[in-house]
Design a protein around this ligand. Sequence first.
Ligand code: FES
Length: 193
Amino acid sequence: MAMITADPKDVPHVAAFAFTPENLAKVKELVSHYPPGRQASAVIGVLDLAQRQQGWLPRVAMDEVAKLLDMAPIRVYEIATFYTMFQLKPRGKYLLQVCTTTPCWLRGSEAVMKACQQAADGTTFSVQEVECLGGCVNAPVVQINDDFYEDLDEASITRVLDAFRRGETPKPGPQVDRQTSAPIGGATTLRGE
Ligand code: FES
């Protein structure tokens, strides 16, 4: 099982980090959304850009973000270590963020987590336990990179992971017969009858 942690022994040394010119332009654009002197308000967006460029957030990337936003590095570390959206060590191609908070747990997240843990090899898949992803009505939910896969059970998460292994991108959203969070089998009210 490959869990994403901030344990220093798991973090490879990265000597330097610099934004690409394209991403530097995006940083400037993000900062322009805030009043002069409030550039630190862009920190989450700028950290996200750094992570998308590098694949994860080495300390040198956090230091570069601190420098660009005129922040004390510790303020940036505090943010990067608080939010589970930031990975503090390299991860597999697909990050499986498995929600195990109460609604997902009541709907079977333990079996979903087990299937994800069995798939996690640290190269293709990494797994991370997260708190509520805000999709409880479609519990249990797993976020895979930027997409939510919902209404899962052991069989459907296994199908989704197998598809990723084959190089496909399975359709995100509910993995049962329902439209978004509408009732399974279709509308039960306001059907115009
Ligand atoms: S409890 Fe899992 S999405 Fe809210």
